[in-house]
Design a protein around this ligand. Structure first.
Ligand SMILES: [Zn+2]
Length: 123
């Protein structure tokens, strides 16, 4: 994979890339792995694909978090019960102070889903 033009860029994804086999321009596309969006370059001639290195790193962090299971305590405060969300999850979601409201609902008996209103920004 070759970078076609040399110029100052904020992100490598701004670059036009040439396929090293076909010497033709690649096309940018967004692919989803396990629900996680990853920017990529794709050669329409030989079908080769290259993933954005930063997105791949984020995907690995995502996979690592998905494999983990956190055990947290519940405690009663007034009429509610409080649970703690592990900081690894909060950091991954890149939550800000303004995003302290989450949505919570019962998925099935014995299973509760917590949804963040903000999804991690990938680019
Ligand atoms: Zn190619």
């Amino acid at each position: 994979m070759y970078i076609h033009k040399r110029y100052t860029m904020k992100d490598i994804y701004e670059a036009e890339l040439l396929c090293e086999h076909c010497r033709k321009a690649t096309h940018k596309s967004l692919v989803h792995k396990e629900g996680f969006p990853i920017r990529s370059w794709h050669c329409l001639h030989c079908n080769q694909q290259w993933f954005h290195p930063g997105d791949l790193e984020n995907f690995k962090a995502y996979q690592h978090l998905r494999e983990r299971s956190f055990h947290v305590k519940m405690r009663e405060v007034g009429n509610s019960w409080i649970i703690s969300i592990p900081k690894e999850i909060v950091h991954f979601q890149e939550l800000q102070d303004a995003e302290k409201i989450v949505q919570i609902h019962i998925d099935e008996p014995g299973r509760v889903i917590i949804s963040f209103s903000r999804v991690r920004k990938i680019y």
